[in-house]
Design a protein around this ligand. Sequence first.
Ligand code: NAD
Ligand code: MLT
Length: 308
Amino acid sequence: MWQVLVTDEMRLGEIKNPEVRLDYRPNMPREEILRVIGKYDAIITRSRTQVDSELLEAGTRLKVVGRGGVGVDNVDLEAASRRGVLVVNVPEANTRSAAELAWALLLAVARGLVESDQKIREGKWDRKYLGLELDRKTLGIVGLGRIGGQVARFAKAFDMRVLAYDPYIPRTRAETLGVELLDDLADMLRQSNFLTVHTPLTEETRGMIGRRELYLLPKGAVVVNAARGGIIDEKALLEVLEEGHLFGAGLDVFAEEPPGAEHPLVQHRKVTHTAHLGANTVEAQDRVGEAVLERVIETLRGNLAHAL
Ligand code: NAD
Ligand code: MLT
Protein backbone atom coordinates (compact mmCIF):
# COMPACT_ATOMS: atom_id res chain seq x y z
CA MET A 1 0.00 0.00 0.00
CA TRP A 2 1.29 3.45 -0.92
CA GLN A 3 1.58 6.00 1.87
CA VAL A 4 0.63 9.50 0.72
CA LEU A 5 1.05 12.65 2.83
CA VAL A 6 -1.16 15.68 2.07
CA THR A 7 0.28 18.88 3.55
CA ASP A 8 -2.04 21.59 2.20
CA GLU A 9 -5.79 22.27 2.37
CA MET A 10 -7.45 20.10 -0.27
CA ARG A 11 -10.84 18.54 -1.06
CA LEU A 12 -9.91 14.96 -1.77
CA GLY A 13 -13.28 13.32 -1.17
CA GLU A 14 -13.64 9.79 0.06
CA ILE A 15 -10.72 7.56 -0.84
CA LYS A 16 -11.88 4.11 -1.82
CA ASN A 17 -8.67 2.99 -3.47
CA PRO A 18 -7.15 0.11 -1.45
CA GLU A 19 -3.71 0.84 -2.94
CA VAL A 20 -3.42 4.10 -1.03
CA ARG A 21 -3.36 5.29 2.55
CA LEU A 22 -3.78 9.04 2.78
CA ASP A 23 -2.54 11.09 5.68
CA TYR A 24 -4.35 14.42 5.47
CA ARG A 25 -2.29 16.90 7.54
CA PRO A 26 -2.90 20.31 5.96
CA ASN A 27 -1.39 22.36 8.77
CA MET A 28 1.63 20.21 9.49
CA PRO A 29 4.60 22.43 10.44
CA ARG A 30 7.65 22.14 8.22
CA GLU A 31 9.85 20.58 10.93
CA GLU A 32 7.29 17.81 11.34
CA ILE A 33 7.05 17.25 7.59
CA LEU A 34 10.84 16.89 7.50
CA ARG A 35 10.70 14.47 10.41
CA VAL A 36 8.01 12.17 8.95
CA ILE A 37 8.43 12.45 5.17
CA GLY A 38 10.77 9.43 5.11
CA LYS A 39 7.74 7.13 5.60
CA TYR A 40 5.88 8.31 2.49
CA ASP A 41 5.82 7.29 -1.17
CA ALA A 42 4.19 10.55 -2.28
CA ILE A 43 3.45 14.03 -1.03
CA ILE A 44 0.55 16.17 -2.25
CA THR A 45 0.77 19.92 -1.74
CA ARG A 46 -0.52 23.27 -2.92
CA SER A 47 1.65 26.36 -2.56
CA ARG A 48 2.17 26.37 1.23
CA THR A 49 4.73 23.57 1.34
CA GLN A 50 8.18 24.24 -0.08
CA VAL A 51 9.24 20.97 -1.67
CA ASP A 52 12.90 21.91 -1.74
CA SER A 53 16.07 19.82 -1.77
CA GLU A 54 16.03 19.50 2.03
CA LEU A 55 12.53 17.98 2.00
CA LEU A 56 13.32 15.77 -1.00
CA GLU A 57 16.45 14.51 0.69
CA ALA A 58 14.53 13.68 3.86
CA GLY A 59 11.94 11.86 1.74
CA THR A 60 14.08 8.78 1.21
CA ARG A 61 11.07 6.74 0.00
CA LEU A 62 9.46 9.50 -2.07
CA LYS A 63 8.55 8.63 -5.63
CA VAL A 64 6.01 11.30 -6.54
CA VAL A 65 5.22 14.92 -5.70
CA GLY A 66 1.65 15.91 -6.56
CA ARG A 67 0.98 19.63 -6.91
CA GLY A 68 -2.71 20.37 -6.46
CA GLY A 69 -2.77 23.29 -8.87
CA VAL A 70 -0.69 24.90 -11.60
CA GLY A 71 2.44 26.58 -10.27
CA VAL A 72 5.41 24.38 -9.44
CA ASP A 73 7.56 27.28 -8.28
CA ASN A 74 7.43 25.77 -4.74
CA VAL A 75 8.93 22.51 -6.01
CA ASP A 76 12.64 22.19 -6.74
CA LEU A 77 12.25 20.37 -10.06
CA GLU A 78 15.99 19.92 -10.53
CA ALA A 79 16.46 18.36 -7.09
CA ALA A 80 13.44 16.12 -7.69
CA SER A 81 14.80 15.00 -11.02
CA ARG A 82 18.25 14.32 -9.49
CA ARG A 83 16.62 12.06 -6.91
CA GLY A 84 14.35 10.36 -9.45
CA VAL A 85 11.21 11.82 -7.87
CA LEU A 86 8.44 12.52 -10.40
CA VAL A 87 6.35 15.67 -10.21
CA VAL A 88 2.75 15.95 -11.42
CA ASN A 89 0.40 18.92 -11.36
CA VAL A 90 -3.19 19.60 -12.48
CA PRO A 91 -2.83 22.81 -14.47
CA GLU A 92 -6.25 22.80 -16.11
CA ALA A 93 -8.33 22.28 -12.96
CA ASN A 94 -8.44 25.83 -11.55
CA THR A 95 -8.17 28.01 -14.69
CA ARG A 96 -11.72 29.28 -14.57
CA SER A 97 -11.67 30.13 -10.87
CA ALA A 98 -8.31 31.92 -11.09
CA ALA A 99 -9.52 34.00 -14.04
CA GLU A 100 -12.75 34.85 -12.21
CA LEU A 101 -10.78 35.99 -9.15
CA ALA A 102 -8.53 38.23 -11.26
CA TRP A 103 -11.70 39.88 -12.53
CA ALA A 104 -13.17 40.14 -9.04
CA LEU A 105 -10.05 42.03 -7.94
CA LEU A 106 -10.03 44.25 -11.00
CA LEU A 107 -13.68 45.22 -10.50
CA ALA A 108 -13.27 45.64 -6.75
CA VAL A 109 -10.42 48.10 -7.30
CA ALA A 110 -12.13 49.94 -10.16
CA ARG A 111 -15.26 50.54 -8.05
CA GLY A 112 -13.76 50.88 -4.56
CA LEU A 113 -15.80 47.97 -3.21
CA VAL A 114 -13.71 47.26 -0.14
CA GLU A 115 -13.41 50.90 0.91
CA SER A 116 -17.13 51.51 0.49
CA ASP A 117 -18.03 48.35 2.39
CA GLN A 118 -15.67 49.38 5.21
CA LYS A 119 -17.17 52.87 5.43
CA ILE A 120 -20.72 51.55 5.61
CA ARG A 121 -19.67 49.25 8.45
CA GLU A 122 -18.36 52.38 10.20
CA GLY A 123 -21.73 54.09 9.72
CA LYS A 124 -20.47 56.38 6.93
CA TRP A 125 -22.64 56.76 3.81
CA ASP A 126 -19.98 58.18 1.44
CA ARG A 127 -21.29 58.72 -2.10
CA LYS A 128 -18.46 61.02 -3.24
CA TYR A 129 -16.25 58.14 -4.35
CA LEU A 130 -15.77 57.94 -8.12
CA GLY A 131 -14.64 54.70 -9.68
CA LEU A 132 -13.62 53.73 -13.19
CA GLU A 133 -15.70 52.35 -16.05
CA LEU A 134 -14.30 49.56 -18.21
CA ASP A 135 -16.15 50.23 -21.45
CA ARG A 136 -13.68 50.65 -24.35
CA LYS A 137 -10.71 50.80 -21.98
CA THR A 138 -7.63 48.73 -22.73
CA LEU A 139 -6.71 45.65 -20.74
CA GLY A 140 -3.10 44.47 -20.99
CA ILE A 141 -2.44 40.81 -20.18
CA VAL A 142 1.05 39.50 -19.50
CA GLY A 143 0.94 35.75 -20.21
CA LEU A 144 -1.81 34.57 -22.53
CA GLY A 145 -1.91 30.95 -21.37
CA ARG A 146 -4.88 29.15 -19.83
CA ILE A 147 -5.77 31.80 -17.24
CA GLY A 148 -4.69 34.84 -19.27
CA GLY A 149 -6.78 33.52 -22.17
CA GLN A 150 -9.86 33.11 -19.98
CA VAL A 151 -9.35 36.61 -18.55
CA ALA A 152 -9.29 37.88 -22.14
CA ARG A 153 -12.58 36.10 -22.95
CA PHE A 154 -14.26 37.75 -19.96
CA ALA A 155 -12.94 41.18 -21.04
CA LYS A 156 -14.98 40.96 -24.22
CA ALA A 157 -18.19 41.09 -22.14
CA PHE A 158 -17.09 44.53 -20.89
CA ASP A 159 -16.38 45.76 -24.44
CA MET A 160 -12.71 46.24 -23.65
CA ARG A 161 -9.86 46.30 -26.08
CA VAL A 162 -7.49 43.49 -25.10
CA LEU A 163 -3.73 43.45 -25.63
CA ALA A 164 -1.33 40.72 -24.60
CA TYR A 165 2.39 40.21 -24.23
CA ASP A 166 3.51 36.60 -24.36
CA PRO A 167 6.56 35.74 -26.46
CA TYR A 168 5.94 31.99 -26.18
CA ILE A 169 2.51 31.50 -27.72
CA PRO A 170 1.61 31.21 -31.37
CA ARG A 171 -0.02 34.28 -32.91
CA THR A 172 -3.03 32.15 -33.85
CA ARG A 173 -3.93 31.73 -30.17
CA ALA A 174 -4.26 35.49 -29.75
CA GLU A 175 -6.19 35.76 -33.00
CA THR A 176 -8.68 33.11 -31.88
CA LEU A 177 -9.19 35.00 -28.63
CA GLY A 178 -9.60 38.33 -30.41
CA VAL A 179 -6.55 39.70 -28.63
CA GLU A 180 -3.82 41.93 -30.12
CA LEU A 181 -0.52 40.21 -29.34
CA LEU A 182 2.34 42.71 -29.02
CA ASP A 183 6.03 41.83 -29.32
CA ASP A 184 7.11 44.58 -27.00
CA LEU A 185 6.05 44.68 -23.34
CA ALA A 186 6.68 48.43 -23.09
CA ASP A 187 4.44 49.03 -26.07
CA MET A 188 1.62 47.12 -24.38
CA LEU A 189 2.09 48.84 -21.03
CA ARG A 190 1.89 52.32 -22.56
CA GLN A 191 -1.61 51.49 -23.81
CA SER A 192 -3.01 49.55 -20.83
CA ASN A 193 -5.49 51.24 -18.49
CA PHE A 194 -5.73 47.90 -16.69
CA LEU A 195 -2.87 45.43 -16.35
CA THR A 196 -3.08 41.83 -15.19
CA VAL A 197 -0.25 39.29 -15.01
CA HIS A 198 -0.71 35.56 -15.66
CA THR A 199 2.75 34.08 -16.10
CA PRO A 200 4.43 31.47 -13.92
CA LEU A 201 7.06 32.75 -11.49
CA THR A 202 10.41 32.06 -13.15
CA GLU A 203 13.84 33.67 -13.19
CA GLU A 204 12.61 35.61 -16.21
CA THR A 205 9.29 36.80 -14.79
CA ARG A 206 10.41 37.63 -11.24
CA GLY A 207 10.26 41.42 -11.01
CA MET A 208 9.39 41.78 -14.70
CA ILE A 209 6.92 44.54 -13.77
CA GLY A 210 9.08 46.99 -11.86
CA ARG A 211 9.13 50.75 -11.34
CA ARG A 212 9.97 51.54 -14.96
CA GLU A 213 7.20 49.27 -16.28
CA LEU A 214 4.60 50.63 -13.84
CA TYR A 215 5.43 54.18 -14.95
CA LEU A 216 4.88 53.17 -18.58
CA LEU A 217 1.20 52.57 -17.73
CA PRO A 218 -1.09 55.56 -18.27
CA LYS A 219 -1.65 57.59 -15.10
CA GLY A 220 -4.58 56.19 -13.14
CA ALA A 221 -4.11 52.60 -14.31
CA VAL A 222 -5.18 49.59 -12.25
CA VAL A 223 -2.82 46.66 -11.69
CA VAL A 224 -3.82 43.10 -10.76
CA ASN A 225 -1.64 40.18 -9.71
CA ALA A 226 -3.47 36.89 -9.18
CA ALA A 227 -0.53 34.84 -10.50
CA ARG A 228 2.50 34.88 -8.18
CA GLY A 229 3.92 37.37 -5.73
CA GLY A 230 7.10 38.92 -7.05
CA ILE A 231 6.14 39.06 -10.74
CA ILE A 232 5.18 42.65 -9.95
CA ASP A 233 7.99 43.99 -7.79
CA GLU A 234 6.36 44.80 -4.44
CA LYS A 235 8.70 47.64 -3.47
CA ALA A 236 8.21 49.31 -6.84
CA LEU A 237 4.44 48.85 -6.66
CA LEU A 238 4.32 50.48 -3.25
CA GLU A 239 6.41 53.45 -4.41
CA VAL A 240 4.39 53.99 -7.56
CA LEU A 241 1.12 53.79 -5.61
CA GLU A 242 2.44 56.29 -3.04
CA GLU A 243 3.54 58.64 -5.82
CA GLY A 244 -0.05 58.66 -7.09
CA HIS A 245 0.60 57.20 -10.52
CA LEU A 246 -1.80 54.27 -10.12
CA PHE A 247 -5.51 54.23 -9.32
CA GLY A 248 -5.03 51.06 -7.31
CA ALA A 249 -3.98 47.44 -7.25
CA GLY A 250 -5.60 44.08 -6.59
CA LEU A 251 -3.36 41.38 -5.16
CA ASP A 252 -4.10 37.73 -4.51
CA VAL A 253 -0.47 36.79 -4.01
CA PHE A 254 2.65 38.03 -2.21
CA ALA A 255 6.35 37.38 -2.58
CA GLU A 256 6.21 35.88 0.91
CA GLU A 257 2.99 34.36 2.16
CA PRO A 258 1.40 35.11 4.49
CA PRO A 259 2.61 38.72 4.18
CA GLY A 260 1.72 39.79 7.74
CA ALA A 261 -0.38 42.79 8.79
CA GLU A 262 2.66 45.06 8.92
CA HIS A 263 3.42 44.63 5.19
CA PRO A 264 3.06 48.15 3.69
CA LEU A 265 1.05 46.88 0.70
CA VAL A 266 -1.36 45.10 3.05
CA GLN A 267 -2.04 48.38 4.83
CA HIS A 268 -2.25 50.50 1.68
CA ARG A 269 -5.74 51.94 1.16
CA LYS A 270 -5.43 51.67 -2.62
CA VAL A 271 -4.77 47.95 -2.53
CA THR A 272 -7.44 45.25 -2.34
CA HIS A 273 -6.32 41.81 -1.25
CA THR A 274 -7.31 38.20 -1.16
CA ALA A 275 -5.28 35.46 0.54
CA HIS A 276 -4.08 33.44 -2.49
CA LEU A 277 -7.69 32.42 -3.14
CA GLY A 278 -7.52 32.21 -6.93
CA ALA A 279 -8.21 28.48 -6.95
CA ASN A 280 -10.46 28.50 -3.89
CA THR A 281 -13.89 27.66 -5.20
CA VAL A 282 -15.83 24.53 -4.38
CA GLU A 283 -15.82 23.58 -8.06
CA ALA A 284 -12.10 24.11 -8.69
CA GLN A 285 -11.06 22.38 -5.48
CA ASP A 286 -13.25 19.37 -6.26
CA ARG A 287 -11.60 19.11 -9.67
CA VAL A 288 -8.10 19.69 -8.26
CA GLY A 289 -8.52 17.13 -5.46
CA GLU A 290 -9.86 14.43 -7.75
CA ALA A 291 -7.32 15.01 -10.52
CA VAL A 292 -4.21 15.32 -8.37
CA LEU A 293 -4.92 12.13 -6.46
CA GLU A 294 -5.66 10.25 -9.66
CA ARG A 295 -2.41 11.50 -11.24
CA VAL A 296 -0.33 10.67 -8.19
CA ILE A 297 -1.72 7.12 -8.11
CA GLU A 298 -1.24 6.68 -11.87
CA THR A 299 2.35 7.87 -11.53
CA LEU A 300 3.02 5.57 -8.57
CA ARG A 301 1.74 2.73 -10.77
CA GLY A 302 4.38 3.65 -13.34
CA ASN A 303 2.29 5.60 -15.85
CA LEU A 304 4.41 8.66 -16.62
CA ALA A 305 1.90 10.45 -18.87
CA HIS A 306 1.50 13.37 -16.46
CA ALA A 307 5.03 13.63 -15.10
CA LEU A 308 6.60 17.07 -15.70
P1 NAD B 1 -0.06 28.68 -18.50
O1 NAD B 1 1.23 27.94 -18.56
O2 NAD B 1 -1.24 28.16 -19.24
O3 NAD B 1 0.17 30.19 -18.96
C1 NAD B 1 1.29 30.93 -18.62
C2 NAD B 1 1.64 31.80 -19.80
O4 NAD B 1 2.71 32.67 -19.43
C3 NAD B 1 2.15 30.97 -21.01
O5 NAD B 1 1.38 31.26 -22.15
C4 NAD B 1 3.58 31.42 -21.18
O6 NAD B 1 3.99 31.47 -22.52
C5 NAD B 1 3.54 32.81 -20.57
N1 NAD B 1 4.85 33.31 -20.16
C6 NAD B 1 5.87 32.62 -19.60
N2 NAD B 1 6.92 33.45 -19.44
C7 NAD B 1 6.54 34.66 -19.90
C8 NAD B 1 7.20 35.91 -19.99
N3 NAD B 1 8.45 36.07 -19.58
N4 NAD B 1 6.52 36.95 -20.52
C9 NAD B 1 5.24 36.80 -20.95
N5 NAD B 1 4.57 35.64 -20.90
C10 NAD B 1 5.22 34.57 -20.37
O7 NAD B 1 -0.40 28.82 -16.95
P2 NAD B 1 -1.79 29.23 -16.31
O8 NAD B 1 -2.57 28.02 -16.02
O9 NAD B 1 -2.39 30.31 -17.11
O10 NAD B 1 -1.27 29.80 -14.90
C11 NAD B 1 -0.42 30.92 -14.83
C12 NAD B 1 0.10 31.10 -13.44
O11 NAD B 1 -0.95 31.54 -12.59
C13 NAD B 1 0.60 29.81 -12.77
O12 NAD B 1 1.94 29.52 -13.11
C14 NAD B 1 0.44 30.09 -11.30
O13 NAD B 1 1.64 30.60 -10.77
C15 NAD B 1 -0.63 31.16 -11.25
N6 NAD B 1 -1.87 30.68 -10.61
C16 NAD B 1 -2.31 31.32 -9.50
C17 NAD B 1 -3.48 30.93 -8.90
C18 NAD B 1 -3.96 31.60 -7.65
O14 NAD B 1 -4.53 30.95 -6.81
N7 NAD B 1 -3.75 32.88 -7.49
C19 NAD B 1 -4.23 29.87 -9.44
C20 NAD B 1 -3.76 29.25 -10.59
C21 NAD B 1 -2.57 29.66 -11.17
C1 MLT C 1 -1.80 27.34 -8.43
O1 MLT C 1 -0.67 27.51 -8.87
O2 MLT C 1 -2.59 26.51 -8.89
C2 MLT C 1 -2.24 28.26 -7.35
O3 MLT C 1 -1.21 28.63 -6.53
C3 MLT C 1 -3.47 27.85 -6.61
C4 MLT C 1 -3.32 26.79 -5.58
O4 MLT C 1 -2.25 26.28 -5.34
O5 MLT C 1 -4.32 26.49 -4.97
